[in-house]
Write a protein that binds this ligand. Sequence first.
Ligand SMILES: Nc1ncnc2c1ncn2[C@@H]1O[C@H](COP(=O)(O)OP(=O)(O)OP(=O)(O)O)[C@@H](O)[C@H]1O
Ligand SMILES: [Mg+2]
Length: 503
Amino acid sequence: MSLLSLKDVTKAYGGVPALRGVDLDIAPGEIHALMGENGAGKSTLIKILAGVVSPDRAAISLDGKPVHIDSAQQAHRLGLRFIHQEFNVVPALSVAENIFMGRAYPRRAGVFVDWKKLNTAAQATLLKLGITHIDPRQKLGTLTLGDQMLVRISSAFVGEAGAPARLYVLDEPTAALTSEESERLFTVLRELRLQGASVLYVSHRLDEIMTICDKATVIRDGRSVDTGKIADITHDDLVALMIGRRVEEAYPRQLTPPQDHIIFTATNLTIRGRPPISLAVHAGEILGLAGIANAGQREVLRALFGDLAPASGTMGLAGHAYRPRSPADAWRAGIAYIPRERRSEGLILSRPIFENTTLPHLKAQSRWGTFLMPRRERRLTEERGQLVRLKSAGPNQRARELSGGNQQKVVFAKALVGDPRLLLLDEPTRGVDVGAKFDIYSVIREMAARGMAVILVSSDLPELLGMADRIAVMRDGAITDIVAASALSEEMLINLTYGRAQG
Ligand SMILES: Nc1ncnc2c1ncn2[C@@H]1O[C@H](COP(=O)(O)OP(=O)(O)OP(=O)(O)O)[C@@H](O)[C@H]1O
Ligand SMILES: [Mg+2]
């Protein structure tokens, strides 16, 4: 008998259908993948299960008995645990406080929080994920994104008397994790499966799904498409089920080779006391920045984007000295930046898509006044939106109402509206579905063909190898190698990033 069964789940937002009768069956002790393109309805289904969104229609049963889930507390009592796609943590609180958020803190004499006990309990929870390098007393906001994510994940694994966990639901948990961190999570998931718990797992990383999941259910446009054992399906078939067509190649071909003239140079930049770095990017060139987590790639991007002042060194943009004092400065100079953390850095969630894509441009062209946005910008918004295959109700839809992957695409569209000279990309396809990835890659290629220079930071090595012309490898804050991508294999690149000798 199935642990959890969902039948005919239907939900429309303001008359627009998000789910049109989805069925899902999860057996005890299985890791079940929920798959589908951006906007297919995965997060909506999960929020319904979590009791935070109410469906128009749904029949849910647990252990064969019908249940109604109308609140988060109710879902918790039923043994369901969630890690939602959105970041719901409080950076100003400690790691331990975040882990136990919304739960009873241990108290002394019933009133005062027993901090020592709280910290010890948090440490024990972290240890379940094999995490020893995070101090529970640290403020969450001081941790790296990956570590913050690990803290969020561990909070779902807090043991509780009275409501044993039956099903863990994880909505894109690895989107901000390095491969080492993801591996740790998988070990925990396998352990939970051994103990008889089930997992519902959402990810756009197919290789992950092929390795850790037992079954998969694919939804498309709010409808169930197929469900079956992972062992019975190939990677390519899964892709075809999700997007309704076959993808012949993962990366679009280069349109024109890089040009001879240099758009951007950095010479002996020292950032945060790390070794000086130098690099140059040509017009039409895509320069990849590779490295393990915290090797310095992000700091380089931030320095180039005026978010972090280098202690010394010089930069040049299109033949002029370039020394940005702020991101706004960098933007005016013709540098666009796509941040990795789109929700906090890239978007104003309460504002419409249209404003999100044109806001920085409004500032740049204020001589027209704020409200006289030239029609050209609106047209560009729509055109760029189409390029990245943005799935929305229209340019007036609020960013908050978009699915996670579509929010990412808005950030992308925003950067492209201004026709920048240098495009800085930090994990541009994280959380983006396979079909849309290809579209984003095509846009990057097109931008390069127009003479733009591109710097691409990515932890996805095939992506770096498939897209970059040259790859600069960073280790401990230094650029240790710059190699033509065509001369590298994935294994060679891994060895370079870890600093192992080539065999
Ligand atoms: N609060 C909301 N208001 C209006 N529409 C919404 C809201 N939340 C989601 N939608 C719409 O419902 C559809 C499904 O969104 P959902 O977030 O479930 O997609 P998803 O499968 O999780 O996609 P992704 O992989 O991008 O996270 C989308 O078209 C989205 O725009
Ligand atoms: Mg989602």
